[in-house]
Design a protein around this ligand. Structure first.
Ligand code: HEM
Ligand SMILES: *[C@@H]1O[C@H](CO)[C@@H](O)[C@H](O)[C@H]1NC(C)=O
Ligand SMILES: *[C@@H]1O[C@H](CO)[C@@H](O)[C@H](O)[C@H]1NC(C)=O
Length: 508
């Protein structure tokens, strides 16, 4: 991708923004204590390909700073006191806001991800309850185990004992979509096996729509294009229709099942069925569109995030073989015990009990360390609803965009010490090797406060099961020794290409 704007334009526009800013400051006097200006939107556009590293450089200089734009102020912070303030102390003054909602509306609708206020509170309450139930926990563990076993089978077959390159990024994307879709809707997509054409069409449309929706953030004309139904917006419409057709068909089928035998249905364990049962108790509390939104939001929330994290995790382990071996050892000790007895995939996954998973503290630390350096949501923006002062004394105005920055935060020496940029799972463990959590306002990969990630425990369980199965069976190396991968600037920290690895069976 070429730079979207030419150098002279950049200089001219930057100067213009700066002039406007200086003029406004001269007129208003320096009454307000705004955060220091670190650059303009143009600088961000120029650095788009390495945006989060650019943000990190600026954050080394200023813990809180501002970027000039023609419309609102964009404020960025890595200060945990500010993070706590916007995510908890003054939670109600910072939210998703209108623009965000409009951009994501076609895909996310009024799902939990995309709403503030009462609509959010209601979904959060119902979903938190469901997520804490034993039913959903056990069901999802079963799904994760089955999917991990299927994934391992594919790695074994296509990797040919280390003879052929395997793209683990692609396999993680497909397997996490399969598992979260099954948990959300109670239906197999068959993305890993490629067994269902409809499922494959849904998966493709889902990936396309996630990218298309992102283009809107950079396209001032997207609303016009949508009305005219042209170019990117025509494609968006097609993707959304494919998604909706598929999802509503599932919902209709469920409602039919529910009508046939309510008693039998009450045993169903997926999220959609749980919400349908909730609706039986309180008819009219949500319509089918709302059901679609709620369930699809879970799929969106839980897919790219865990697939991305697993990919970065494996990437880091390829570059740190001693850490990989240490995890493999821990996994073996927590499951099959004695070293040499080789067990099949099925027998191994049945050893992955809740107790065994919980005892994998080093693996837990390594995943957390991955999220510290490669947080799935690298920067996270909130809209400020009315004028306010942050704990560090800087003021923010109504309409400003206030962003806390997990990726830059993970690399700050003032937060993590001189080895902040080093991958060191041990930093999360106490003297007995037990995982010790950090303040969520300092380790912000899951957000914090009332809207902290609802699927955090889910995500760890899934990632631990996938990691355990893969590392028990294989030793991974980069296909091309010493090669590196980069990221794409998206809502999530996505790898910019395939992750080709060599998967060498650990046991003959
Ligand atoms: C490594 C994996 C994951 C990471 C790093 C992660 C991170 C996050 C972050 C940063 C947010 C806040 C987004 C925002 O409001 O701006 C969030 C929200 C959320 N996450 Fe996760 N997530 C992960 C996996 C999951 C999974 C597997 C699920 C579901 C099964 C899930 C469900 C949710 C939901 C429902 C919300 C919205 C909560 C609310 O707005 O009240 N997440 N997550
Ligand atoms: C938009 O255009 C596409 C063709 O590009 C067409 O298939 C679709 O039906 C149109 N949608 C609407 C709502 O007009
Ligand atoms: C939260 O923000 C509002 C609106 O700006 C402000 O009036 C109020 O003092 C803040 N609340 C706290 C707890 O600081």
């Amino acid at each position: 991708m070429d730079s979207p704007v030419s150098q002279p334009t950049v200089v001219a526009l930057s100067l213009l923004l700066l002039a406007l800013y200086l003029a406004r400051r001269a007129l208003l006097g320096k009454r307000r204590n705004y955060p220091p200006v670190a650059g303009t939107m143009i600088h961000q556009l120029l650095n788009l390909r390495r945006l989060v590293d650019y943000q990190t450089e600026l954050s080394h200089r200023y813990r809180t700073f501002r970027m000039l734009t023609p419309t609102c102020n964009k404020v960025y912070t890595v200060d945990p006191a500010n993070v706590e303030y916007i995510l908890r102390t003054n939670f109600s003054n910072y939210g998703k806001g209108r623009t965000h909602h409009d951009v994501l509306q076609d895909l996310l609708g009024d799902g939990i991800f995309n709403v503030d206020g009462d609509k959010w509170r209601h979904q959060r309450k119902v979903a938190s309850f469901e997520f804490s139930t034993r039913v959903l926990r056990e069901y999802s563990t079963g799904v994760f185990r089955d999917t991990a076993a299927e994934l391992a089978g594919i790695v074994a077959a296509s990797g040919g004992g280390g003879e052929r390159a395997v793209d683990m990024h692609d396999l993680f994307m497909r397997s996490t979509l399969d598992s979260i879709f099954k948990i959300g809707f109670g239906v197999s997509l068959g993305g890993l096996s490629g067994s269902s054409q409809e499922g494959a069409a849904f998966a493709r449309a889902f990936d396309d729509a996630s990218e298309q929706v992102l283009c809107r953030f950079f396209d001032l004309l997207w609303k016009v294009k949508r009305v005219l139904n042209v170019s990117s917006e025509a494609a968006m419409k097609r993707s959304v229709r494919t998604i909706n057709d598929f999802v509503y068909a599932v919902i209709d089928k469920k409602i039919e099942q529910l009508g046939r035998d309510q008693h039998e249905f009450a045993k169903k364990e997926d999220i959609l069925s749980r919400f349908l049962l909730e609706r039986e108790k309180d008819p009219g509390c949500f319509d089918n569109k709302y059901l679609r939104d709620i369930t699809l939001n879970f799929v969106i929330a839980g897919r790219d995030t865990s697939a991305g994290t697993l990919s970065w995790f494996l990437y880091v382990l390829c570059r740190n073989q001693h850490i990989q071996d240490k995890i493999a050892r821990e996994v073996r000790e927590a499951t099959t015990g004695d070293g040499d007895r080789a067990v099949g995939i099925q027998e191994f996954t049945s050893c992955l009990t809740e107790g065994a998973i919980n005892s994998m503290q080093y693996l837990h630390a390594a995943l957390t360390e991955t999220l510290r350096l490669y947080p799935a949501v690298p920067i996270d923006v909130k809209r400020c609803f009315s004028d306010d002062t942050l704990p560090d004394g800087y003021e923010v105005k109504k309409g400003d965009m206030v962003t806390y920055q997990p990726y830059p935060m993970g690399r700050m020496k003032f937060l993590w010490g001189d080895d902040a940029e080093e991958f060191r799972p041990e930093r999360w463990l106490d003297d007995h090797g037990v995982f010790v959590p950090e303040s969520p306002f300092k380790f912000t990969a899951f957000q914090a406060g009332p809207r902290i990630c609802l699927g955090k425990e889910f995500a760890y369980r899934q990632m631990k099961i996938f990691a355990a199965v893969l590392l028990y069976l294989f030793r991974f190396e980069m296909w091309e020794r010493g090669s590196t991968v980069g990221y794409r600037t998206m809502l999530t920290l996505k790898m910019d290409g395939p992750l080709y690895v060599r998967a060498i069976p650990r046991r003959a």
